[in-house]
Design a protein around this ligand. Sequence first.
Ligand code: GLN
Length: 506
Amino acid sequence: MARNIDALTAAQVSAAVAAGELSAVEVARAALAAIEAREPQVQAFLQVTPELALEAAERVDAARAAGEKLGPLAGVPVAVKDNMNLIGTRTTCASRMLENYESPYTATCVQRLLDAGCVPVGKANMDEFAFGSSTDSSAFHPTNNPWDLERVPGGSSGGSAAAVAAGMAPIALGSDTGGSIRQPAALCGVVGMKPTYGAVSRYGVVAFGSSLDQVGPFGRTVEDVALAMDALVAGGRDLYDSTAQDVAPSFAEALRAAEAGLDGKRIGLVPAFMEAEGLTGEVKQGVLAAARALEDAGAELVEVDLPHVDAAIAAYYVIGPSEAFSNLARFDGIRYGYQEPGCASLAEQSARSRAHGFGAEAKRRQMLGAYLLSSGVYDTYYYAAQKARTLITADYTAAFSQVDAILMPATPHAAFRHGEISDPTQMYLSDMYTISLNIAGNGGISVPVGLGAGTGMPMAAQLVTPAFADERLITFGAVIERALAGDGGSVLGVAPAFAGKGGELA
Ligand code: GLN
């Protein structure tokens, strides 16, 4: 019987390719056909890359024919966020500024997935330069949530999340500076993980906030995220990123640890988070369902306090724009990026290129950063934000002396409609549960827990663990998934409007 590509997880694709039951080229063709059928409605991609996909797939098939050992993700289609360089593609960051920017090299994170046998099917849409929570600030087009096309997929990695939720690729790469993997994963009903800062190389990823940015994977199952994590850290510390650390590829192993149950484990719940203003009843119910799943597996639920986390959004909107202002100064309209024609001087060219090359949110962040770092102002805000950062990090350290992980919402509410949130400060609250981790540096995972009783949209819970204990995210995440999923392994699977639409495997 004909199967659809979207019925297979990354683990199943690579097993079938390794066993010779499917060829990588067949899989790539099916993924490209699924994209062709679904993309007109979802618009998850800025660029689809059939040639790169087929070339990579042919390499996998040739390696198998030659009897070589295949990588752990052999033949698995992957969508790559468009702030990551990949030779043979443009890396636009969804900005006019980089509309024609050809990747001069391939980012380490992307290269590691290619080395594991992944097949790149396209570059995914995002908020411009990763500023945002809706993907609506892309300079090219919005992306629609596969569960309801009138709603946003979240952001900034909204294209990556939507591609996975619509079954156009089993896995995708995103980047998370304040929540940009976990929030869109939550809104699209897929798994999304932000590892500890430094676990995955940032080399070749266009910088937003260099002390906050972290790359991580999306998948429809915790297992697929674990396999992608193993591939991302395989090969050890990346010498091209001085903040990158050596992390053992123990994520698939951590998945198996879930089978042993959680006896003796302690999971923290933060009462202030569960009672927060803005948290909807349906999200709260979803998080409580996840809590029960952990308890049923043997874990003890414990209340913990993170007294300074209230300051996280304020600290982030000082540190983030300050770092973004410095990082985006390179787009000067002269050396690379968009160049306004017909200017009388380089100064005019720079000013006019930046005025026309950047969208509203990118300008807002840079103006904020310029102001915050100006003399006189710097001491008041930047120092205060760094002090808050120290206190928030210490809160997590104290909490983790009592518990193995903390469970909390990933987002306060389900996906909102396009244009529904027009006030930037309201938009910033989308990340109220995710941002403190980028401030403190430790890792988190967003795991789907079902559909909301009110909206019918995907709901998620977020697990948070100490720095460089990211494998626990996989173990605890798998326990939640197993308790709440039907038989398919995935809690929500592919959005029903798209499942089986194009992408048939012979
Ligand atoms: N939504 C947050 C922001 O707008 C986080 C974005 C991100 O993680 N890249 O800055």
